[in-house]
Unconditional design. Structure first.
Length: 434
């Protein structure tokens, strides 16, 4: 009898333990709503007309053409085959990474987790976020379009890319100016503003962090001008009379590659075809990649003072370029002026009604005095000052000053996660304003 009593006691104790374990689930229950967005990874696209000869992307004997990588965050409920249920059209935000940034740049800095969290909290409205890669060869061409070697990003970012995304059958987007924004980090900040200036009425909100936003700084002798020496010193070529044949594109030389990418976009030796004629030469393709271009459509720089000829080699095409400085690190005006034609200030002034490109457009800019690379802090502050004196409504421009922590300053992009929170909230509020 005692044996059975012991068994009954053990069963009773186990039952009480299991009951407690089943009912007390407090620590495992989320204390806030949860949102689970997804990532569309099948949006890579061959923008043939815009990037038909871009270095590393055009077809060759080594393989087929390389499509542009596009990765898209999709909020819960927007894509039926990912989330189930009926599709819910959402606003669109395009994000451009900095130099050397790939399509997963923002995701690697926590974009998906942050967007899920903010949507669940109600801090932002659900939105689709398209992340576009920067160039993997030289790190980027400023998202500009002046030569086939660099690509025609002017026809891509604010035009062809938008068409591709809105024609994606599985991606229901709200096709409205008030529901479309663009943002960028570093070089991507320049690309975001350039796209908005080149394509008036396409984006209703712009966000940017420190980037090359004013090439010559507030007084005309700052910005990149202060970095010409550094690029030559980086390669040990300052004052070297043979510098043009020794200038290299080593991956370790971040600043040098920045100027190479810019030169291929702003001051290529041979455009091979005027950018406005790109759509007219598609029918001249013979075989896989042979192109015949009339000389009347080409623009070649005869000046050889800063011509670099040994960096990009091609049997078919001339991918040489001109740097905007000489071997002493001083600006070389004939070429530097070509860069200044692409300064954001000048692009704005070239419009018959300067500033009209940003009418009814909300702008957010993040900047830090601790940011190190590229003299971007100075350029960014100069651009902010320009905007504030360009007949824009001061309420259109929001400036965020940020900093790091003792022993961990806000250098380069390690604080992108924190900035993305403000960026997403900014665009969400803009999307709510009609």
């Amino acid at each position: 009898m005692l044996r059975y009593m012991k068994r009954l006691l053990i069963v009773t104790v186990l039952t009480l333990v299991l009951s407690a374990g089943c009912t007390d689930r407090g620590p495992n229950v989320p204390d806030r709503p949860v949102s689970e967005g997804g990532i569309m990874e099948e949006l890579d696209h061959d923008f043939f007309q815009e990037l038909f000869l871009q270095i590393g992307r055009n077809a060759s004997a080594k393989g087929p053409r390389v499509p542009l990588q596009i990765k898209m965050y999709t909020p819960e409920g927007s894509i039926p085959w990912i989330h189930g249920g009926q599709p819910k059209p959402v606003p669109l935000l395009v994000l451009l990474p900095p130099q050397d940034g790939r399509a997963y740049y923002f995701f690697n800095h926590g974009l998906k987790q942050l967007a899920d969290e903010l949507i669940a909290e109600g801090a932002i409205k659900p939105m689709a976020i398209a992340c576009v890669e920067n160039d993997p060869i030289f790190g980027g061409y400023f998202y500009a379009g002046h030569s086939p070697a660099a690509g025609d990003y002017d026809a891509l970012i604010g035009d062809a890319l938008i068409d591709v995304l809105y024609n994606e059958k599985e991606l229901p987007l709200i096709d409205s100016l008030s529901k479309r924004g663009i943002g960028g980090v570093g070089m991507g900040a320049y690309g975001a503003f350039r796209a908005a200036l080149m394509h008036k009425g396409v984006f209703s909100s712009i966000s940017a962090t420190d980037g090359p936003l004013d090439f010559d700084g507030p007084d005309g002798d700052g910005g990149f001008v202060e970095l010409f020496n550094d690029a030559l010193i980086e390669q040990g070529l300052l004052g070297d009379p043979e510098w043009r044949t020794e200038f290299d594109s080593s991956g370790a030389w971040h600043l040098s590659r920045l100027f190479i990418g810019g030169a291929l976009a702003f001051s290529p030796h041979d455009t091979m075809v005027d950018k406005t004629e790109i759509y007219h030469i598609i029918d001249t393709l013979e075989g896989r990649y042979r192109i015949t271009i009339p000389d009347s459509q080409r623009f070649v720089i005869d000046d050889t003072m800063t011509l670099i000829t040994e960096v990009v080699k091609s049997d078919q095409f001339n991918f040489d370029f001109h740097l905007p400085f000489d071997n002493t690190g001083k600006p070389y005006s004939p070429i530097w002026n070509m860069w200044l034609e692409n300064n954001l200030e000048q692009i704005m002034l070239d419009n018959p009604s300067p500033g009209s490109q940003f009418r009814d457009v909300r702008i957010w800019i993040g900047s830090s005095s601790e940011f190190e690379f590229g003299n971007y802090r100075q350029q960014t502050l100069s651009w902010i000052d320009w905007l504030r004196h360009s007949a824009l409504d001061p309420r259109q421009i929001e400036v965020k000053e940020y900093s790091g922590y003792p022993g961990n300053p806000a250098t380069n992009d390690q604080y992108i996660y924190d900035l993305m929170r403000d960026i997403l909230i900014f665009h969400s509020k803009a999307f709510e304003e009609d």
